[in-house]
Design a protein around this ligand. Structure first.
Ligand SMILES: Cc1cc2nc3c(=O)[nH]c(=O)nc-3n(C[C@H](O)[C@H](O)[C@H](O)COP(=O)(O)OP(=O)(O)OC[C@H]3O[C@@H](n4cnc5c(N)ncnc54)[C@H](O)[C@@H]3O)c2cc1C
Ligand code: FES
Length: 247
């Protein structure tokens, strides 16, 4: 475990905060760290930069994490898990909600490799939109919001037909039903890598809480090619007690 100091905090939107720390753990896009706070336990967070995470405040742990300020300390284990395979000459990024956080890191690394990037982003409403400017630095960005307050009106799927399928590969992260729809649409035309979120206790392949169709998301993933995924994808996950529940 490494103790890192927070160096900079960016409030992306009211409930989404990017925390930079003074240590680059050598993470690759798609990998995550286990972030530990005294009295709160630990949670997995994907790296949005080599030395930063982007947190959505949705509960007790993420609220405490979001409240950290420059100078505060945080304990990190990792980086854990595998990463997106950055290659090709033209790629599409498909992201929804806080799934856009790791895709920012993917875009940065693709850009370094001179890979053309198109981003398709889905949000509920204008006030949920973040990383739009960040991703615009690296390529074309298309946005859909459910209420039409920014970009196209509708779910992210309404953007799928606005781009041609001439990409070498796709990278996808976000709500699992959205990823299942992306797999259905783009998976036929190109290799697609999808980052899964499951309840994680240890983050290192020991407890089995992140198991999905025989795969451990923390160790075999969190990034999978579409053909690796089994029947639970987009349909079931496990709760904190290990019970299988519909997505
Ligand atoms: C591999 C991996 C990478 C992750 N990367 C990130 C990341 O980059 N940024 C990030 O903010 N979180 C990320 N998470 C989720 C994170 O680990 C926590 O689950 C999340 O912060 C909620 O923890 P909590 O204790 O604050 O809330 P909890 O009490 O665990 O959850 C509060 C409520 O919010 C819901 N909820 C949980 N997580 C989310 C979410 N992310 N969005 C919307 N609703 C949610 C729960 O279903 C519950 O109803 C990642 C999870 C995994 C497995
Ligand atoms: S979180 Fe323990 S095995 Fe994956």
């Amino acid at each position: 475990m490494i103790d890192a100091r927070i160096t900079k905090v960016i409030q992306e939107i009211p409930k989404v905060t990017t925390l930079f720390f003074d240590t680059d753990l050598g993470a690759k896009p798609g990998q995550f760290g286990m972030f530990w706070l005294p009295g709160e336990g630990q949670r997995p967070m994907s790296f949005s930069y080599g030395n930063a995470i982007t947190v959505k405040n949705v509960g007790p742990f993420s609220a405490k994490l979001s409240a950290l300020r420059p100078g505060d300390m945080i304990s990190i284990e990792g980086p854990y898990g595998n990463s997106f395979d950055i290659s090709g000459s033209s790629v599409v990024l498909i992201g929804g909600g806080f799934g856009i956080a790791p895709l920012r890191f993917v875009a940065q690394e693709c850009y370094k490799e001179n890979i053309a990037i198109t981003s398709l982003l889905g949000f509920k409403s204008l006030e949920d939109v973040f990383f739009e400017k960040e991703l615009s630095k690296y390529g074309d960005v298309y946005i859909a919001t459910e209420d039409g307050s920014c970009g196209e009106k509708g779910m992210i799927t309404c953007l799928f037909n606005t781009v041609k399928h001439e990409f070498d590969k796709g990278y996808c992260c976000g709500p699992e039903r959205m990823m299942a729809a992306a797999m259905e649409h783009f998976g036929k035309h190109m290799p697609l890598q999808l980052s899964l979120e499951r309840y994680m206790k240890c983050g290192m392949g020991l407890c089995g809480s992140c198991e999905v169709d025989g795969l451990l998301v923390c160790k075999d993933g969190p990034v999978f090619y579409q053909e690796q995924l089994g029947p639970s994808f987009g349909k079931f996950k496990r709760d904190k007690t290990g019970r299988k529940i519909p997505i």
